[in-house]
Every structure is written in C-alpha cells, then in structure tokens.
Design a binder for this molecule. Structure first.
Ligand SMILES: Cc1cc2nc3c(=O)[nH]c(=O)nc-3n(C[C@H](O)[C@H](O)[C@H](O)COP(=O)(O)OP(=O)(O)OC[C@H]3O[C@@H](n4cnc5c(N)ncnc54)[C@H](O)[C@@H]3O)c2cc1C
Length: 366
C-alpha cells in the first residue's frame, strides 16, 4: 500500500512530492529509511513534462522574480542532496546565468523543474497515466487509471491544474482559447487561419496578468482590443506602511514585470492610443457579447474536471483554503486549481507561494 498518491506533475505536484520527501527525513531514523518510504509515494501524470507551466504556458512572461524561483529551487536541491542526488550544473540553466530581475519567459523557470521531475521520479514510484477515478476511503483509496490499472494509497494529493473559467453567456464559437491568446506566435497563426474576418475589436474580459498579456499580444498582432474589467488594473509595489515597515501591495493580484511595464504605458496612452479601449462593469452587470467576432476569457482559472473522487467531480470538490483538506477525509487539493488563501484574502498561486504554503499544510497530510 502506498502512503501517498500525488496526482499531477506540474509545479504544485513537484513541490508536494518534495515536501513529502522532506517530511520523511524528519520522521524516519535515517536516510535509508526515508528512501525506502519514498518508494511508497506514487506519483501519477500522463506526461511528467511540468504540466502547463512547462508546455502551454512556457512562452508566457511570468510575474515571479528570478531570485524567488532560485530561493525555492535551492531549497529543493538541498533536500535532493540529502537523498544522495547531486545538484546539476546550475550555470547550465538560464535562470542562474541570466542577469534579469524577471525571467523573460516561464520556460526559463521550467528548465530546472524538468531536471527535478526526473530526479524525483528516481526516488518515488512514478506512474505515467491519467487517473480517472478514486474510490474507497482514507487508508485504502483505490486510484483507477484510464489504462485499467489500479493503485492503492492511504492518502491522495490532487495537483490537477486549472483551466480558464468560461463565460456562460458568450457564444462558444467566438472564444479564442486562453493558451493561444497568451502565446503571441500561436495567436498570430490562429488569427491568420480564421476564415471569418473580424469586423470588430477582439473582446478581452478580465483584468488579471493573463488578461493584460492577451491584450498586449493582440495589439502586437495588429488587432484592436475592447477590454471589459470588473476593477481597474492593479500594480504590485513595495511601500512603507505607517510603522515604517516596507511591505508589498497587491502581492497576488497586482501586475509585475514586463506585463506591468507594458500596461502602464497602455494606460498612459504612450502605446496603442487608438487600438485599446475598456469599460469597467461590476460583476453582476451583463456583458453584451453580440458585437464581437472574437472573445477571450481571462477571468481566472478553475479546477479541471478530469477526475471523480468518490463520485465527486474534481471541478466541484470542496476544499479548505487554509489547510488544503477537501470534503473527503484523506484527500487534499493544491495548486492553481485549488489555491490557498493569502493573508489579504487573495489566492496564493505560483511556485514561490506553493513552496511555503505546502510547508505549512503538510502537517495535515500525516
Ligand atoms: C499568464 C501566466 C503567468 C504565469 N506566471 C507565473 C509566475 O510568474 N510564476 C509561477 O510560478 N507560475 C506562473 N504561472 C503558472 C501558473 O500559475 C501555475 O502555477 C502553473 O501553470 C501550474 O498550474 P497549472 O494549472 O498550469 O497546472 P498544470 O501545469 O496544468 O498541471 C496539472 C498537471 O496535472 C496533470 N493531471 C491533471 N489531471 C490529471 C489526472 N486526472 N490524472 C493524472 N494527471 C492529471 C496534468 O497532466 C498536468 O501535468 C503563470 C501562468 C500564466 C497563465
């Protein structure tokens, strides 16, 4: 029987496996014992290619600084060292050799994650496949794969990822998928292939980092944009508070890096002064989608619906934003589909948040 099954090998899944390995070091008498128990961690993913972070999103400019990624990765390399895995030559990774505050693309941060994925696979029991159903209960869950194989585990950690929230009142045939809108080269090709000519601006709904990036990509492709937001753009900043302490403002919701720089110029009308316009509508105000030929939904992510757990679809699974516990004892949910809450009530997403958050919630997984 496996102690844990971790489903998903994206950044949250990778971090979950590392936190479990770290906990084993703290609770077993020596490394040999920890290594033996590590084999009782089953790790399932169809590809082991760092999920969307390492694939669909890899050409996206992110909002995490290189030093924040490096701080997390250095901790992970140190834990792997204890398990006898020698760190790679860090200078071979652009993340360590480039001198940029924000890596230009997520691909830069994905490179070391690919190396870690392979190293972790050698320590635990990896299984290439798609989990479709979890039956049973805590201490004897049965995890069914699409291939027909069944695994048993005492506890399950779901790191399934997320998908763009839909716009229920918009015509689905007009929607440009978010993963295309966020990749400029793919967007250009996609628009060039459309048989329908667009007679209107493209509608972008949302005011997140993804929305701002989609707007930037459209404008750079020569396409006018109408944006619908429920609040104005917010920017991340470091500010001194009344006690003289410097702290971050809009840590999770604010724009950062290259996207923030572009959006500030857009708002100041120093770039594309005639090709971008926006309206701010409260979330309960209906949007009239009919004038638009193409629509992009960038209003956030929701959990994927790839798995049934005791009959509950993964997209509708209740989870606690502070502990990662779900409505099913022994099943925990993490990552971009099930983000934990930050102190200000916003959602903690991204590698530099997953690492400390999972360090806190792992105590509930025992
Ligand atoms: C515009 C943009 C900017 C971003 N900037 C940053 C940033 O600055 N810093 C940062 O850290 N992150 C950033 N991200 C990444 C993002 O926030 C997530 O952290 C990251 O993509 C991982 O979450 P995901 O939803 O993409 O999961 P995914 O990468 O989709 O991973 C989910 C994994 O689970 C697997 N899976 C799903 N269902 C099953 C199943 N039933 N059985 C087996 N396996 C399954 C999938 O195959 C996949 O491998 C950014 C993303 C975007 C879009």
């Amino acid at each position: 029987m496996n102690e844990y099954t971790v489903i998903g090998a994206e950044p949250a899944g990778i971090i979950a496996v590392v936190r479990i390995l770290q906990a084993l070091l703290n609770t077993t008498p020596n490394v040999m014992a920890a290594k033996k128990l590590a084999k009782k961690v089953c790790w399932i993913d169809p590809q082991f290619k760092v999920g969307a972070f390492g694939q669909e999103w890899r050409h996206v400019p992110g909002n995490t600084t290189a030093s924040k990624y490096r701080a997390v990765y250095d901790d992970i390399f140190a834990i792997l060292n204890v398990y006898g895995i020698t760190s790679p030559d860090l200078s071979s990774f652009a993340l360590y050799s480039e001198d940029r505050e924000y890596p230009s693309l997520l691909e830069t941060a994905a490179e070391p994650l690919r190396w870690m994925t392979a190293a972790l696979q050698s320590l635990v029991t990896p299984m290439i496949g798609q989990a479709i159903e979890i039956l049973g209960a805590i201490n004897d869950f049965q995890i069914h794969l699409a291939s027909g194989e069944i695994f048993h585990a005492k506890k399950c950690i779901l790191a399934l990822g997320g998908r763009a929230k839909g716009l229920p009142h918009a015509d689905k045939t007009k929607i440009i998928p978010l993963e295309i809108a966020l990749d400029r080269a793919r967007l250009k090709t996609f628009m060039a292939k459309q048989s329908r000519e667009s007679h209107s601006a493209v509608l972008v709904q949302g005011s997140s980092h993804s929305a701002a990036l989609a707007v930037w990509n459209l404008l750079a492709c020569g396409i006018s944009v109408k944006q619908i937001m429920n609040k104005p753009y917010q920017y991340y900043a470091m500010q001194e508070n009344s006690n003289g302490r410097v702290c971050s403002v809009n840590e999770n919701t604010g724009l950062k890096g290259a996207v923030a720089q572009f959006t500030r110029a857009l708002e100041a009308k120093t770039v594309y002064p005639h090709q971008w316009s926006y309206d701010i509508l409260s979330p309960d105000q209906p949007v009239d989608y009919s004038p638009y030929d193409y629509i992009i939904s960038a209003i956030g992510l929701e959990p994927v619906d790839s798995l049934s757990i005791q009959g509950v679809n993964s997209a509708r699974l209740y989870y606690d934003h502070h502990t990662a516990r779900t409505e099913i004892p022994g099943v925990f949910a993490i990552g971009v589909g099930y983000p934990l809450a930050a102190e200000d009530g916003s959602k903690n997403v991204g590698i530099s948040k997953f690492w400390p958050d999972m360090g806190k919630v792992i105590s509930y997984w025992r």
